[in-house]
Design a protein around this ligand. Structure first.
Ligand code: HEC
Length: 134
């Protein structure tokens, strides 16, 4: 169900004008979070930062590959490959393609949190990444 809400939110809020912007994802996740969570109060960059830097019962956090400085390049914990910065202020390509955002949130949340992330978790992470200046 959650995926359906997210997909509907994307269809309604993102994409009509071509390339997406990070704020479009915040808006779409906000719509989805309101459906998922009664009493949803909006996203919180501080909560997103904590989520990003915490291991959720496993070996990895998001920062294991993306580092705890989203304005800097990261390094894949397994392959050692360089990963470009996650903060849109440091990397203009971040959060500009719905298919890419969806694919990697799904894959990385499964790896780190052992489930898909909620719309609130995804929105908190984007709010955090948008708050980071190079
Ligand atoms: C095992 C390494 C690894 C971990 C851990 C990891 N990521 Fe990633 N992530 C990647 C790689 C590789 C890519 C794709 C390459 C790229 O976009 O530079 C990526 C891309 C992304 C993207 C795509 C953003 C865009 O629009 O370009 C998002 C969103 C993302 N990761 C979020 C997360 C979150 C949230 C977590 C923690 C729950 C996390 N990642 C943990 C390796 C990782």
């Amino acid at each position: 169900m959650h995926r359906l809400f997210a997909a509907a939110a994307f269809a309604a809020g993102v994409g009509a004008a071509g390339a997406e912007q990070p704020r479009d994802f915040e808006t779409a996740f906000s719509t989805a979070a309101q459906q998922e969570e009664p009493g949803f109060q909006g996203f919180d960059a501080g909560r997103g930062r904590e989520f990003f830097n915490t291991t959720h019962g496993g070996d990895w956090s998001c920062s294991s590959c993306h580092t705890d400085n989203p304005a800097a390049a990261g390094k894949h914990a397994v392959t050692g490959k360089t990963i470009q910065p996650m903060a849109p202020a440091a990397n203009a390509e971040r959060f500009t393609k719905a298919a890419k955002v969806e694919k990697w949130f799904t894959r990385n949340c499964r790896d780190v949190v052992k489930r898909v992330c909620t719309a609130r978790e995804k929105g908190d992470v984007i709010a955090y990444l948008l708050s980071v200046k190079p």
